[in-house]
Design a protein around this ligand. Structure first.
Ligand code: PEP
Length: 255
């Protein structure tokens, strides 16, 4: 499987951090450091920061994403935001199925699939997160679990639509903990995701799929992780809030 066939993408996940004014300041800090990037660069920000992020990134190589979206187009869903609303703002990306959504907000594989469907219908590019808890890794079910999460999330997604999907392998035990998967562990599960996509859509689609690793990736460990044959980029939490660190990861993905 040839890595050159696919695009590396480094996406920041800001989580519940930054006011609009702080978002503008952070993007102004990132902009000059990633201008010549040889990979895709995306910042996924809280809903309230989207307008500021769109404005601050206009005319740059930085794409903007949201951190979730609802599956209905509109209606009585207090507190929710639809994919259509994001698309209408010019937002291009949306994270779906992040483990923090699954763990704290009751997201299931089924609701993840509904959100994926809605995001694609609105023309958004999806960053779909899958990954195992530590107990599941210890039980030896990582491959089966990640393959199942991938299959359910992609239910009803056509081969053509797969071009609008990035899959992020995020072992839950590595997110925000400072514990990173080893490069070999990351590569192995990213390869499993690719094999699952091959089974569903064929070799061309699997070869073209961008599979990111996420989980305490930082300026120091990024190069080794990104050098793996099946790791095409990263979903970055903590380090995406520090311009120099984020830029260092972008640089590692650009080599
Ligand atoms: C994330 O939020 O997707 C993530 C990978 O966080 P961190 O980089 O902080 O582990």
């Amino acid at each position: 499987m040839n890595k050159a066939l696919r695009k590396a993408v480094i996406a920041g996940n800001w989580k519940m951090n930054k006011t609009p004014a702080e978002a503008k300041e952070l993007i102004e800090g990132i902009k000059p450091l990633v201008g010549g990037a040889g990979c895709g660069v995306v910042v996924c920000v809280p809903y309230v920061d989207l307008a500021a992020a769109m404005e601050a990134t206009r005319g740059t190589n930085i794409g903007v994403g949201a951190e979730n979206c609802h599956w209905e187009k509109s209606g009585a869903f207090t507190g929710e935001i639809s994919a259509d609303m994001l698309a209408a703002m010019g937002v291009q990306y949306v994270i779906i199925g992040h483990s923090e959504r699954r763990t704290y907000f009751g997201e299931t594989d089924v609701t993840v699939n509904k959100r994926v469907r809605a995001a694609l219908d609105s023309g958004l590019t999806v960053i779909l997160c899958v990954g195992e808890y530590l107990e599941q890794r210890e039980q030896g079910v990582t491959s089966e679990l990640v393959a199942m999460q991938t299959k359910i999330a992609l239910g009803g997604v056509s081969k053509e639509e797969l071009g609008k999907i990035i899959i992020a392998y995020e072992p839950v035990w590595a997110i925000g903990t400072g514990k990173t998967a080893t490069a070999a562990q990351a590569d192995e599960v990213c390869a499993t995701i690719r094999a699952t996509v091959k089974e569903l859509y064929g070799e061309d689609s699997a070869n073209a799929l961008t599979v990111q690793y996420g989980g305490s990736m930082n300026a120091k460990n990024a190069a080794e992780l990104l050098d793996q044959p099946n790791v095409d980029g990263g979903l970055i939490g903590g380090a995406s809030l520090k311009p120099a660190d984020f830029a260092e990861i972008v640089k590692a993905a650009s080599r």
